[in-house]
Ligand binder design. Structure first.
Ligand code: C2E
Ligand code: MG
Ligand code: MG
Ligand code: MG
Length: 280
């Protein structure tokens, strides 16, 4: 990792840290031209009713297929966040996701389908964010409530007061907000109580031992109950087995997402996926 220690303004970086910094800078340089080179695309993963299995939304997940092959978002998103490239990239994601929704709704015959879009804190803080969102909704005719912005706990942790303000602004426009990766950060419950969000997305790490452990199932049910009491809906992500699905539905979660139900898929292939009736 990049460990730096400063003394008298001098920064000492170990060899590993230097390699890491060089690697990130090179990655960022390649990423800078990715939109123009048409290397970015979106995969869409369905989000289904926990009971009934109807598709209620799709989550847009960014894919980068560069000259050296695909790079995972877990690798390049943090780099783009550091450099600020996440602002133009995130704008491309938002525009592409909402425009794709119009097409996907028509192809699937699902006129009320929503789209979930991952948004970095840095993007939300950008001055132009509201204008872009507003214009996009106007141009496409998509109802604001059909757009769900996913923000992670850790992204909101840096400046909670500012986060609350920004989220309230988004919601005042009718757009929905989801708290992503819930349960992976600190002070989760106090956060849940404080942040103005519509949906809590419970991280897949919650599922690790729900099948074996009654305590874990109790924890899951409690989170669902608290969220519901606060007027929030609950999505559980990362469901890979039928046992997990049964437990999550039993716990009262509203919607589910995971490889068991459907993998992230290019927009053009979603119709085939829904016809093959893959999910329950
Ligand atoms: P996330 O938003 O929590 O998305 C869920 C991740 O879990 C996705 O990984 C998805 O492919 C994966 N996943 C879905 N179902 C399962 C399952 O059953 N098992 C397992 N093991 N994994 C599952 P992906 O696509 O690699 O994205 C990783 C993260 O990168 C996302 O986590 C999100 O935080 C970030 N990301 C992706 N696209 C964007 C974007 O457009 N903007 C921003 N800011 N972040 C993004
Ligand atoms: Mg997400
Ligand atoms: Mg998540
Ligand atoms: Mg995640």
């Amino acid at each position: 990792g990049a460990k730096a220690s400063g003394r008298n303004g001098l920064v000492v970086v170990d060899a590993d840290g230097l390699d890491e910094a060089v690697r990130r800078r090179a990655l960022n340089a390649r990423l800078a031209g990715a939109i123009e080179r048409d290397e970015l695309s979106l995969a869409f993963q369905p989000i289904l009713e926990a009971r009934g299995g109807r598709w209620v939304a799709v989550e847009a997940l960014l894919r980068w297929n560069g000259a050296d092959g695909p790079v995972s978002p877990a690798t390049f998103i943090p780099v783009a966040e550091d450099s600020g490239l996440i602002v133009p990239i995130g704008r491309w994601v938002l525009e592409t996701a909402v425009r794709s929704l119009v097409q996907v709704r028509a192809e699937l015959g699902l006129p009320t389908l929503r789209v979930n879009v991952n948004v970095s804190a840095r993007q939300l803080q950008d001055e132009g964010f509201h204008a872009v969102l507003h214009e996009l909704l106007e141009q496409t005719g998509v109802e604001p409530a059909a757009v769900v912005l996913e923000l992670t706990e850790s992204a909101l942790l840096t400046d909670p007061d500012r986060a609350v303000q920004l989220l309230a602004g988004v919601r005042a426009a009718g757009v929905q907000v989801a708290l992503d990766d819930f349960g992976t950060g600190f002070s989760s419950l106090s956060y849940l109580l404080r942040l103005p969000v519509d949906v809590v997305k419970v991280d897949r790490s919650f599922l690790m031992d729900v099948v074996r452990s009654r305590r874990s199932r109790t924890l899951l049910s409690s989170v669902v109950t608290i969220a519901h009491d606060l007027g929030m809906r609950v999505t559980v992500e990362g469901i890979e087995t039928a046992e997990q699905l049964a437990i999550v539905a039993d716990a009262g979660a509203d919607t589910v997402q995971g490889y068991l139900l459907a993998r992230p898929t290019p927009a053009a292939d979603l119709a085939g996926l829904v016809r093959s009736g893959a999910p329950s």
